[in-house]
Design a protein. Structure first.
Length: 286
């Protein structure tokens, strides 16, 4: 059984400042604040900016002004993941000392060439090539300075923790949660520490949800499968597992998810075009 979260409901909205927020983000934020209100709890804002190449300070400022324009507020100071790399490195070391991480020297093309299946996001599943390296080979390549990332030995981890379950709640956040089985094996040996950075999305998110005593995670259905992995990491790191709510995704006219990269209209551009926060809520059915 996983540890129980603490009692006062704490939720969070955790965008990455790699572009301007769009209606999908507004929906996620508004659902989170609504859920916090229904539970009599607090909503926090966390900035997930570990990707220093894509994340920009001007997008952090834009997140603050867009959310304030929507009428949301949050306690300060706001947690910035880029300021917590040493905390993630400690979590990584914990897993390394437990022999659950191994160095991987494969390039993107090596991975694609050897993969015979895909993960839940449709990316090539890692074939486990570098899991076969012995200590001597690992040390030699590390000393040579080959670019390295660290992967979780997912099967060994699962053998240690046994069956994993977590609680999921529907749109009525105050309803009784349902128990669900987690199947992290469908992700294979995921990267937990990327090249040149001691963390990854998966590692940071579980460390920070625990650090901020998050009791309920509200996130889009696109992160539903990744949650299985998060529950495994929580068990391995001795962290509590929050209750999860997966909200619907806001789709573009072509039926695909809104995205910054596909040029979905930003909240800032809608505001400039004369939209009010009420228009946003109405468009989102809130
Ligand atoms: N930072 C993630 C994103 O912008 C979401 C955080 C989460 O719910 O885990 O997609």
């Amino acid at each position: 059984m996983s540890k129980k979260p603490s009692h006062h409901p704490v939720l969070r909205f955790a965008p990455s400042p790699n572009g301007l927020l769009h209606l999908g983000h507004a929906f996620s934020a508004l659902v989170t604040w609504q859920a916090a209100r229904a539970l009599g709890g607090t909503s926090l804002l966390r900035i997930e900016d570990i990707d220093t190449e894509r994340c920009k300070p001007e997008f952090v400022d834009a997140i603050f002004s867009d959310l304030a324009w929507l009428g949301l507020d949050w306690p300060t100071p706001v947690m910035l993941q880029s300021e917590r790399l040493d905390v993630y490195a400690d979590a990584g070391n914990h897993l390394r000392h437990a022999d659950l991480l191994y160095p991987c020297f494969c390039s993107r093309s090596d991975i694609a060439a050897l993969s015979s299946a895909t993960d839940p996001d449709g990316a090539p599943l890692y074939a486990g090539t570098c899991r076969q390296l012995d200590r001597g080979q690992q040390i030699e390549r590390l000393q040579r300075g080959d670019p390295v990332q660290f992967r979780l030995d997912t099967q060994t981890a699962l053998d240690r923790v046994g069956m994993l379950t977590y609680s999921v709640v529907g749109p009525l956040i105050t309803d009784r949660p349902q128990i669900r089985y987690a199947r992290p094996e469908r992700w294979g040996d995921v990267v937990l520490q990327r090249k040149g950075i001691p963390t990854s999305y998966h590692l940071s998110v579980v460390v920070d949800d625990a650090a901020q005593a998050i009791t309920h995670v509200t996130r889009g259905r696109d992160l539903e499968a990744a949650t299985d992995l998060h529950v495994l990491l929580q068990m391995l790191l001795g962290l509590p597992t929050p209750i999860y709510h997966f909200h619907r995704l806001i789709l573009a006219d072509d039926g695909k998810k809104l995205s910054k990269s596909k040029g979905s209209p930003s909240l800032a551009s809608l505001r400039e075009a004369g939209w009010t926060p009420q228009d946003v809520r109405r468009a989102l059915g809130l």
